[in-house]
Design a protein around this ligand. Structure first.
Ligand code: AMP
Length: 308
């Protein structure tokens, strides 16, 4: 069983989609990553920050899934990171309405002693300087450092983002962001350009259109499972990253072949995340449901063609 260190936001989210609207509910990149990774046999820990307005029950939800939260700082008198977004009718695109960094603005991450030698480090979406601050505290080079980010940091901290990208092995990024980062329309060219910035592996997430995995020589594609109901895509990217890194940490095998399986596990878990608002579906998700859908994934993508 491998050790997985997760960094990212613990947040309040307010979401509007064509299906309704929520008040402040539990969100954050680290929350979704942690919930997804907990579906695998891993020891995991979250490094993050919240204010004293963050309910104890949200922290309990993580510890009940065996996630070590000793690296979560609670700032007395501080306010938790808040994000609000509105989805368009296609549910694949959204506008950010509000990003309040609050306690995240001057957060100095502290990696728990036990996790300085983590096998896999999952740098979830937050300020690239914080992501770098975590890398700098590691005592041994992890087998794999995975980084997820978003357009907000490209707009607000591009130099720091480019710096941290030099130190990682895998980047997970969505199609629009890959284009923004490189100025390239072709995702193949964008992946090549991103790889030249540092990471050996580039994962491009395309929402309901699946995900692509690139290394120097190979490309692998996994579709997203076609779903009848998509309620709220928030957290799908983080859930994907949590499934991807959680599976790799549990198998302790970082070959390209095994990364293909990791992509499928990530996509599979993300397909549940979008079925309800916020973390609701991930909280109720059962092992049997995950397995059943993996079979559907296999059936969806398997074919036997004769090529002469
Ligand atoms: P995703 O839908 O996977 O891109 O992730 C959505 C989650 O990311 C939400 O729960 C937000 O709280 C969180 N989030 C939104 N903007 C940011 C940001 N700039 N930095 C870190 N986390 C963010």
């Amino acid at each position: 069983m491998g050790k997985l260190l997760i960094v990212g936001t613990l947040a309040f989210d307010a979401i509007e989609s064509p299906f309704g609207k929520t008040d402040k509910i539990l969100g954050g990149a680290a929350t979704f990553i942690g919930l997804a990774a907990s579906k695998f046999q891993v020891d995991s820990a979250i490094v993050s920050v919240v204010g004293d307005d963050f309910p104890q029950e949200y922290l309990d939800l993580l510890t009940n899934r065996n996630i070590d939260i000793s690296g979560v700082e609670i700032v007395q008198g501080g306010k938790t990171f808040f994000w609000s977004g509105k989805y368009h009718n296609d549910m694949n695109t959204r506008d950010t309405l509000v990003t309040e960094l609050n306690t995240l603005a001057d957060f100095n991450p502290i990696v728990p002693e036990d996790y300085k030698n983590a096998d896999i480090v999952m740098l979830g979406n937050l300020h690239p300087s914080i992501q770098m601050g975590v890398i700098n505290q590691l005592s041994t080079r992890p087998k794999l450092i995975v980084l997820d980010t978003m357009n907000f940091w490209m707009d607000n901290a591009l130099d720091e983002l480019i710096e941290v990208i030099k130190h990682i092995d895998v980047i997970t990024i969505n199609d629009e962001e890959a284009r923004q980062l490189t100025g390239e329309y072709s995702l193949v060219t964008a992946a090549e350009k991103i790889s030249a910035m540092g990471p050996k592996y580039v994962v491009i997430k395309k929402g309901e259109h699946g995900a692509l995995l690139f290394d120097e020589k190979n490309i692998f594609f996994a579709p997203a499972l076609p779903l009848k109901e998509v309620f709220d895509p928030t957290g799908a990217g983080d859930t994907f990253a949590g499934g991807f890194s959680g599976y790799l940490a549990s198998t302790e095998n970082i070959s390209f072949e095994n990364m293909k399986n990791a992509i499928i596990h990530g996509s599979n878990l993300a397909s549940f995340c979008v079925e309800k608002f916020g973390t609701e579906r991930m909280q109720s998700l059962k092992k049997e449901e995950v397995e059943e859908r993996l079979h559907q994934f296999k059936a969806l993508t398997q074919f036997d063609i004769e090529i002469k």
